[in-house]
Design a protein around this ligand. Structure first.
Ligand code: ZN
Length: 393
C-alpha cells in the first residue's frame, strides 16, 4: 500500500487536535513577541543602570586597584546588577509563563536557586571575557574589534566543547543509562559515531522541563550521548532511536564547527558595529564613558542587544539548515520515519507546526514540524523498512 506523504503529514499534525494546536500557536507567537519586546525592556534596564551611576561609583571607589582587577570587578558588578534588575522579567518569561503553559513543573525556589547559580557562573566567566575585550581595546587600538571577535570565538569554542562536561553536571545529575533495550539502541548509535559506551548518560532533565531531549556533544574524551529521563517515561523506543539519531547527526556532521565559524563572523561584525556606534549610543543613554572604559559596559551591552536581535534571522537560517541535515542523518542511519514524525509532532506543542513562511524565516530555529514530518513521510515512501523475518512457530 502506498501512502500520500502530504495527507499523512496533515493527519499526524491534525491528530494534536484543534485545541492543542491553538495553544501551540499562542505559545509560539507569545515567544516571538517576547523576543521583540525583550529589546526595549533590556534597553530601559540598561539605561537605568547608567542613570544609577552604580558603575561610576564603584570604579571611583576602586581607583587605587590595579587596572585588571578593577576592570574585572566593574564587569562582574555590571553582569550581576543586570541579572538582578532583569529578574522580574526573567521570572515571568522563563518560569511563570512556562508553568502557565504546562511546560515545566519546576518549583519557584528550585528555579531561583538554579538561576542564581547560572548567573554567578556567567558573571564570573563573562567578566573574564570582558577583561580580555578591554585589554584588546587598550593594546590593539583601532582593530580591537577584529581581535575581540577572535576572542569571542575562542570563548564560545571552550564553552561549546567543555560546557557539557564541566558546566552541565552542576545543573543536572548524569548517570549511566540502565541496561535494557534503550541502552542497546543507544550503544548502536554510539558505535556509529565513535563514542565509547561508558559515555552514554541519562540525566534528570525532567527537573527543568517535561520536553524529551537528547544531545550528542563534546569533543575527544568529553564526547558523549545524553538523554533526558523524560525519554523513558514519554517516548517509545523507536522515538528514542529517531531523536538520538538526529542528535548523532549534528555531532557526526560537525555542526558545532560550522556554528563556530558563523559565530566568529557575526562576533567580528557585532564588535565592529559597537566600535562605530559607541559614541552616539553613549550620548543617547546619557553615559560619559569612553569605549575603553568598563564603566561604559551598559552602552556596549545595549548595542550588543540591538545587533544581536538583527542577527537572529541569520543565525536561525543557519541552525535550520543544520536541523534538516540532522533529520536526514537520522532517517539514513536509524530509518525510523514514523517515530521521527511522532517525536516531531510532540515538539509542535512548543513550536507551532504551521507557521507563516515569514514567521518561520525570522523566528524559527527549526524548520516547521509540518515540513520536517513531510520529509520523513517522503523518505518512508522511497525507503520502505525491511520487513521483519517471518515468525517461526
Ligand atoms: Zn537538532
Amino acid at each position: 500500500m502506498t501512502i500520500d506523504p502530504a495527507a499523512e503529514t496533515a493527519r499526524l499534525v491534525d491528530a494534536l487536535g484543534a485545541e492543542r494546536l491553538a495553544t501551540a500557536a499562542s505559545y509560539t507567537r507569545g515567544n516571538e513577541l517576547l523576543l521583540l519586546a525583550g529589546l526595549p525592556v533590556t534597553l530601559i534596564l540598561l539605561w537605568l543602570i547608567v542613570r544609577s551611576r552604580l558603575l561610576d561609583r564603584l570604579a571611583a571607589r576602586l581607583a587605587n586597584w590595579r587596572w585588571a582587577t578593577r576592570t574585572l570587578a566593574v564587569c562582574f558588578a555590571f553582569l550581576i546588577a543586570d541579572t538582578v534588575i532583569s529578574l522580574p522579567w526573567t521570572i515571568w518569561t522563563d518560569w511563570a509563563r512556562e508553568r502557565s503553559y504546562g511546560m515545566t513543573r519546576q518549583p519557584l525556589g528550585d528555579y531561583l536557586g538554579q538561576t542564581a547559580l547560572s548567573a554567578l557562573i556567567s558573571a564570573a566567566l563573562g567578566a573574564l571575557f570582558l577583561l580580555g575585550v578591554y585589554a584588546l581595546v587598550r593594546r590593539t587600538g583601532r582593530r580591537w574589534w577584529l581581535w575581540g571577535g577572535l576572542l569571542a570565538t575562542t570563548a564560545t569554542a571552550v564553552m561549546l566543547l567543555a560546557g557539557p562536561a564541566v558546566i552541565e553536571p552542576l545543573f543536572n545529575q548524569y548517570e549511566p543509562v540502565p541496561p535494557g533495550p534503550v541502552r542497546v539502541a543507544l550503544e548502536r548509535i554510539a558505535d556509529d559515531v565513535g563514542i565509547p559506551h561508558d559515555r552514554i548518560f541519562l540525566y534528570d532533565g525532567s527537573r527543568q522541563s517535561d520536553r524529551f531531549t537528547a544531545n550528542v556533544s563534546g569533543i575527544g574524551p568529553t564526547a558523549r550521548i545524553a538523554i533526558s529521563d523524560v525519554a523513558l517515561k514519554q517516548a517509545s523506543l523507536a522515538e528514542v532511536r529517531a531523536v538520538t539519531g538526529h542528535e548523532a547527526g549534528h555531532y557526526q556532521l560537525g555542526h558545532v564547527w560550522r556554528q563556530m565559524g558563523i559565530i566568529a563572523a557575526l562576533a567580528i561584525l557585532a564588535l565592529f558595529g559597537i566600535d562605530r556606534l559607541f559614541v552616539r549610543a553613549a550620548a543617547l543613554l546619557g553615559s560619559r564613558a569612553t569605549l575603553g572604559d568598563p564603566v561604559g559596559l551598559p552602552v556596549m551591552a545595549a548595542l550588543g542587544a540591538v545587533i544581536g536581535l538583527l542577527f537572529t534571522p541569520v543565525l536561525n537560517a543557519m541552525i535550520r539548515s543544520g536541523e534538516t541535515a540532522a533529520d536526514l542523518y537520522s532517517l539514513q542511519h536509524v530509518n525510523e520515519p514514523d517515530a521521527l514524525a511522532t517525536a516531531l509532532v510532540k515538539t509542535a506543542e512548543y513550536r507551532y507546526p504551521r507557521p507563516h513562511p515569514v514567521e518561520e524565516m525570522l523566528f524559527y530555529t527549526h524548520p516547521s514540524v509540518e515540513k520536517r514530518v513531510l520529509r520523513a513521510m517522503e523518505w518512508k515512501v522511497t525507503h520502505p523498512a525491511t520487513p521483519p523475518a517471518p515468525h517461526q512457530p
